[in-house]
Design a protein around this ligand. Structure first.
Ligand code: ZN
Length: 68
């Protein structure tokens, strides 16, 4: 059913509630969207800091799921 890819961004801090590891990332209309599961803060096109963390995370995923 829910084939929507949602991943938590390790080490990311919510800009709104400052909670850590509550940020999930998913694609909404092909736009990277971050969402805090704690305060429901939501933002598209994450800023550079989040972007960098995301990239790092993607690489880790790539190791475990190459060409999935
Ligand atoms: Zn939050």
């Amino acid at each position: 059913m829910s084939r929507q890819k949602k991943r938590f961004i390790a080490g990311a801090t919510c800009p709104s509630c400052q909670a850590m590891d509550t940020i999930e990332l998913y694609l909404e209309n092909n736009v990277e969207t971050i969402h805090c599961v704690q305060c429901h803060y939501k933002k598209q096109q994450p800023d550079d800091a989040t972007q960098a963390a995301t990239r790092q995370f993607e690489q880790v995923i790539g190791i475990f799921k190459p060409d999935a």
